[in-house]
Design a protein. Sequence first.
Lengths: 459, 347
Amino acid sequence: MAGKRKFELAWIGDKEETDFESIQISAEDLVACQGEIGDFKLICNKENQPEEINVANIIINLPYQEEPVLEKADSLFSDDYDINEDKPVIILQDYPELSAAVISQAGLEKALEIKDNYPDKEVYYLYQAMRFIEDNDRLYERARESEIIFLKFDLGQLKIIEEEIIHYNREDIDLKLNGNILAAPELKPAKETERIARIFNLADGYKEYLQLDNIYLQPTLSGKRGVYLLKGSRGPTALTYFEEELDFTLNEVSKNLAGVTEIDKYDREVDDQKCILCYTCYRVCPHGAIQRDDELNSMKVMDLACQGCNLCLSRCPTNAIQIEDDYLKIEGENEQDPILIICENSAEIAAEKYNSMVGKDPLESYQKIEVPCVSTVERGQIFEILSKYSSDIMILGCVSEACKHLTGHDRCQQVVERIKEDLEKLEIEQDRVHYERLSPRMAADLGAFLADWKEALKQ
Amino acid sequence: MTRIGVIGGGIAGSSVAVELADAGIEVLLFEKSGEIGGQIKEFGCKATDICTRCNLCLVDSVFNQVRRDKSIKTKNNHKVIDAYKEDGLFTLYCDTDKREEIYTNIDKIVLATGYRRWSELETGTPEIFDDKRIIWSGEFEEMLFKREDHLQKKDLDLDLDFEPESALFIQCNGSRSPQEKAAYCSRVCCGYNYRIARVLRESFPEMELGIFFIDIQEAGFLTDLSFQRLNDEGIDYYNCKPLRINKAAGKIEIAYEDQQEGKMAIAKTDLLVLSEGIHPGLENELWSKLFNLQLTDDGFLEEIVPGSESDVYLAGTISGPGDIATTISKSKAVANQIIYQEKEVVV
C-alpha cells in the first residue's frame, strides 16, 4: 500500500463544497470498502497504485446517465444548442414518459432564456405535466406571460415523424411542427451502480438505482450506516429536493462526527470455531453490517453498523452468532393464551396507539414475543412453541415494502410457508401458525382483528 | 444548560424535539391543543396489498418518543401569544386554559406551527358543505384512520350513508388558483388522492374511479405514477380542471371540456372527493412580527437572517407545502444544525 490517509468524509463521484476534511474518489478507482461508520477503509486503485483511505462517512454522489430520446434533437441540459433563424424552437418534455420535477424546472428556465435572448422567436413547449418544485410556479407564470406556446399532450397525442417533425393532435388542433428541438433526456441510474452496490454490499436497489424504494431510507440513507446516496445513485427523483437532501445528509455527517453509538446494548459475537464462512449472514444482513475477519478466519458483526434486527442470528446454519439477550422470550401470564409474535416497528406501535385511543391494551390476554423484525422467526423456534404450548401462533409483520429492515417481511413469509409445508408432512394442523401484515397506523384494525381472533379461537 | 423552545407539536415540531432530546438538549414543546400529533395524528394508512409510501409508518414512533422522553417537557394547551428577546434569551407568553404562563431563559426557538387545510378557510361555494355526496380528502383520511379492513380482510368501511358505485376526485382545490390567493401548487394532493383511489380500487374492484387534475405531480416520491399506470389500474383521468359541478338528483354531474374530442362533456358520480390545498397557518403573521421573519406573497414564512444568527428556526410546512417524508428529514436537519452549534460553543 502506498500509504494511509484519514478523512471525515469521502465523496464517491461529484464533490460538493463543505467544511469537512474530505476527499473525492472516482467510482472507477474504488475497489473495496471495509470497516464501518467512523472508520471505513476504502481501497482504491488509481493507475495501478493501490491505496487505503480511511474515512468516517461516505457520500455516493454520481451523476445520472442522460439518454437522448431523439437522435437529432439537442439536449435540454446542454448550453450548446442550435437556433435556426427561420424555424421555431420546440421544447420537448415528458417524451416518451412523464419526467421528474427537475426536468420541468430546466425546461422552463431554458424556454425563458431563449425567449429573453430571441424575443421574436416562436417557442413551443410540449409537455404532459408541469411539475412544481422551488419557484417553478413563478417561472411557469412568467413563461405564460412571455408568450411561450404551451401545448399539453396526453397518451397518443404526440408523434415524432422522422426524428424531426412533431405531430401534435389534440382537440381541434392538428399541428405538424418542424423546428429546433430541445428534448429532455431520460435520466438513468449512474454508471458503475452495480459495481458500487457490490462493493458496499447494499441490497438490490429500485429500478437499478442504489437506494431501495423503502420509506425508512428517506431521503438519502443507503441501509448501511454512514453511507449516503445522492443524485443518480439515489433514485429517479433525487433532484427534486436536492438542496434539502444535501443539507440533511451533511447535517447527518456532522452528527456522526460528534459521536456514534451502538443501536442497542447487546453484543453479537461470532464464534470463530463454529463459523464455516458460508456467507449466509453476509447475504441476508439488510444493513451491510457483516464482514469477514481475516485474522480469525470467521465472519464478524460490525457493532456500529448493526441495526439490531437479529436476522443473521436466525439464519446462521451453525448457530455461530451469539447474543446475550433472550430476544425470543415469551411474555404472558397464562400459558393457555394464544401466542403473538409481533414486530416492534408495526404491531407494537399500533397496539400502543390503540391503547391511547380506546384505553384498552389489545395485546392483553395474549402471550407475546416482541421481536425487532419478524424475519428473525425460525422454524425450530416455532416447532418448539408448538410442541410446548397448545395454543395457536399469530405472527404480525409489516406491510409489504414498509419494513424497517428492508427485506424482513418477505423472509418471514418464506419461513412461514416452509413451516406450513413441514406441518403438512407431519400431519399436524397447519392452521396453528398464522401470518399477517400491518402498518403502525392500523391501530383500529389491530384492535378489532385481535378481539375477533380470540373469539374465533374460543369457538 | 441549553433550552430550546419548540412551538407546535405536529410531526415537524415533534421530530425536532426528539432529535434534540437524543443529543441531550432540554426541549420545551408548546402545543396549543390538548395533545401532540397535529393534523397528521388522524391520517390513515393507505396500504393496499403493498405499501403505497404514504410515509405514515414513520410518524407514530416519533410521537411515542416525545411522550416517553424525560428531557422533552410537553406543554399541551399552551398557545404562544407573545415573545421577546433580551440578553440573547427568549421569553414566551402562553395562553393556557386557565391563565397566562410565562417561560423564560429559552436559548433558541423552533417554529413548527404547520398549515391550514383549505376546508378550514370556509371559502368557495357554500353549497358543497351540506351535500353528503361531496367530501373532503381530509374526511377520507379519517375513514382510513379508522379502517378495520386490512387485517380482517373485509371491504373498507366508507362511513357514508350510501354505497357509492363511482367516485371522482378533483385536484387543485384551493391551490393553483389566484382567486383563492394560492397560485402555488400544494404538491402533496396528487399523491394522497391517487393513493386513496388505489385503496378504493382494491376494496371495490367494480367501482368507477376518476381523477381531475391540472398537472399530475411527483407528490411525495410517487416515482412510477404515470398516465399509463392510471389506465392500467382502471382509474380514469381528466387532464383538466372541471368547469361546473351540478348537484343533480341521483348522481353529481361534473361538466368539463373533453380534451380528446374538443367538446363539452359531463362526468357523473355517486361520490365526489375534493382535495384540499395547503394554506399558510393563522399564526404566521404573528410570528413574522415577533421573530422578524419574511412573510412570502403566499403567506408562508422565510428566514431573513439564518437561524444561527437570529436563534429562530423554521421547521415543516410553516415555510411552504411539503410531504411527510420531506418534513421529517428537513426537521431532522434543523435539529442537527442546532446540535452542531451547541457542540461548537462547548468546544
